[in-house]
Design a protein around this ligand. Sequence first.
Ligand code: SAM
Ligand code: DTB
Ligand code: SF4
Length: 320
Amino acid sequence: MTKSDIRHNWSLNEVMQLLSLPFNDLVYQAQTIHRQYHDSNKVQLSTLMNIKTGGCPEDCAYCPQSAHYKTGVDATKMASVDEVVQQATQAKKEGATRFCMGAAWRQPKKKDLDQVAEMVAAVKAMGMETCVTLGMLDQSQAEQLQHAGLDYYNHNLDTSPEYYSEIISTRDYQQRLDTLEHVRQAGINVCSGGIIGMGEGTQDRAGLLISLANMPKHPQSVPINLLVKVEGTPVADNDAVDAIDFVRIIAVARIMMPCSMVRLSAGRNDMSDEMQALCFLAGANSIFYGEKLLTTDNPQLRQDRELLERLGITTSQQQH
Ligand code: SAM
Ligand code: DTB
Ligand code: SF4
């Protein structure tokens, strides 16, 4: 590892320059770094489960689970620990190494967090890595989850600080950074990334990556989501993202955060196999594996297995 690869002082100019490199040069640079820090033919599989769907008080413009928009997603009660164990068992059998549980909350209540802590402990006891995404956390909540055995906490910055207020009004950027600080302080791995396709400009995409990479420590996991356009949300009619531009974001994320796992996250159902192959070439090395994300569809398991096999990519479990 050369020390200079791990940096926390990225400037907008520099990142804009990376984003505008000739595509081949950019991908070459990203793949070169990727090979220094990771096995270039290996992808990690995480499976998602929605443990509390819909009815969320936040107004995130992309989200089908916000109570502010009519998206046809009904609010449900929280899942039981048994249901979680059942789904995690299935996910493990299919080859996932991490089980990620999401809840449509602004911030968990005490009783709810106690139950999530039980879920985390139960999944951990099965020998899987655990991840949850529950909204904002204070310091003691983060510590409670750490004690339960939580490996990762997902909380996305979503976009640049400048564009953020176009997308969410019910909590600010600093509150997101504070939650991530609480997670880091508690000794839990940070999973944080964003969404491409919400009407943001190239500078905002660069700004998102800078906010992630210039944190005191790079997030161990960086999910890059392609917006899944859901009818009823304010961004439902946005223009499609150019596939090459999306691959550039993956490549620059890889260059800026060499050690992190870069996850090709939501939106794979709208990507061709070739686009996904380019994302892996540019340094993506993790995916959500399972036929549902939280409320929307993800590729079929068989489809993903075939794609990985065609690319000669193995998964973490196969190599153990
Ligand atoms: N309520 C929690 C929170 O906001 O932190 C956890 C769940 S929330 C659904 C997790 C992340 O999913 C969001 O931060 C966002 O980045 C991503 N997401 C939600 N809806 C999406 C969509 N339609 N397309 C792409 N990504 C989406
Ligand atoms: C992340 O960055 N993407 C995942 C996970 N973290 C929780 C969620 C994607 C949600 C896509 C829309 C849905 O299915 O509701
Ligand atoms: Fe709620 Fe999370 Fe959806 Fe925002 S992204 S509306 S906080 S579930």
